[in-house]
Design a protein around this ligand. Structure first.
Ligand SMILES: *Cc1c(COP(=O)(O)O)cnc(C)c1O
Length: 341
């Protein structure tokens, strides 16, 4: 039994999801003739109360498309210093859009309206790049699965409106936030100009993300997706997995959150653990007391078939997911209990 807690992207489609994929009605989605893709796009747009949605092969492509449609080359966007769009999308902000990034020193990946306000370049001061977009991440990835209060997001939304900035949400793990905070998708749909969501993280689909927004934004997005090489043909097989995931795997995220919380509480009591970051969803970040090495811990766990990851700078990460079952959870806790350095 291999227990992979490196990411929630390691899940494999189960029998029922595969059956639904087999049965999918498909067509050529580049001609908008794949009924299952259209169904998925309409379902998710409706769920968020947004006008339209577009299916993407990855969250990165959905985010990069959003950035491109909200900006012109030479512009600047505002995001947290830990954000995925800045750190983990291969420099795409600069490469794809010719845009610079104004990084905010947020709290566990979360920023405030005042910080955004301070980061906006005066639009009439033509020496500075023109600020045109704010990117939010919820839940935060590097921030350890932290989630925003709606109040903060509302305040940032007001700043964006007043200053005519686009407002994009990288919601790769928005499903986790919705479940953990008991929020409704429409509360997000009414606030943001565009939202990206992933089906291949906690929801367990093999591939797929969506970008949501107004029809005019999605019309632009379809052209950009084409340029990025993301137009797919019989993508309905993948969309069917997404529909299955939405029907079956959203509310169960609570289980992942409980297990992450339990692991956090447990680690806190171990003599070799220094600090456990607050656990709000399915990501758990912790550090070891200075005399212990992360590499040694990872190696000891590996010998017990448990895989976790290092974030560097003394931080370790555990991510719970659909394929991390109760028996495995009990085994991990038992193993941690017995571990000696
Ligand atoms: C995973 C992730 C993405 C998208 O990643 P892909 O691997 O391209 O699907 C975007 N934002 C965040 C915060 C993520 O964790």
């Amino acid at each position: 039994m291999e227990i992979n807690l490196v990411s929630d992207t390691v899940t494999r489609p189960g029998h029922e999801m595969l059956q639904q994929m087999f049965r999918a009605k498909v067509g050529d989605d580049v001609y908008k003739q794949d009924p299952t893709v259209v169904q998925l796009e309409e379902t998710v747009a409706d769920l968020f109360g947004m006008e339209a949605a577009l299916f993407f092969p990855s969250g990165t492509m959905a985010n990069q498309t959003a950035i491109k449609l909200h900006t012109n080359p030479g512009d600047e966007l505002i995001c947290d210093k830990w954000s995925h769009v800045f750190n983990y999308e291969g420099g795409g902000i600069a490469f794809n859009s010719g845009v610079s990034s104004q990084l905010i020193d947020g709290d566990r990946g979360m920023i405030t309206a005042n910080q955004v306000l301070d980061a906006i370049n005066p639009p009439d001061f033509y020496h500075s790049p023109l600020t045109s977009l704010v990117c939010i991440e919820n839940t935060t990835n590097k921030g350890g699965g932290a989630c925003y209060d709606l109040q903060t997001l509302m305040e940032i939304s007001e700043v964006c409106k007043t200053n005519k900035l686009g407002y994009h949400l990288d919601g790769a793990r928005l499903w986790n936030a919705l479940v953990a905070k008991k929020q409704h998708p429409k509360q997000f749909g009414s606030m943001f100009d565009t939202i990206s969501v992933c089906l291949s993280k906690g929801l367990g689909a093999p591939v797929g993300s969506l970008l949501l927004g107004k029809q005019e934004h999605i019309n632009k997005a379809i052209r950009i997706r084409k340029v990025f090489g993301g137009g797919m043909r019989q993508a309905g097989y993948l969309a069917a997995a997404g529909l299955y995931a939405l029907q079956n795997n959203v509310s169960r995220l609570e289980e992942d959150h409980r297990r992450a919380r339990q692991l956090g509480n447990f680690l806190q009591q171990l003599p070799w653990v220094d600090k456990v970051e607050p656990v709000e969803t399915n990501i758990l970040i912790f550090s070891l007391k200075p005399q212990y090495s992360e590499a040694a811990l990872m190696e000891k766990l590996k010998q017990k078939s448990i895989f976790i990851s290092s974030l560097g700078k003394g931080k370790l990460r555990i991510v719970t997911h659909l394929d991390y079952k109760e028996v495995m959870h009990n085994y991990v806790i038992e193993t941690l209990q017995k571990l000696t350095f």
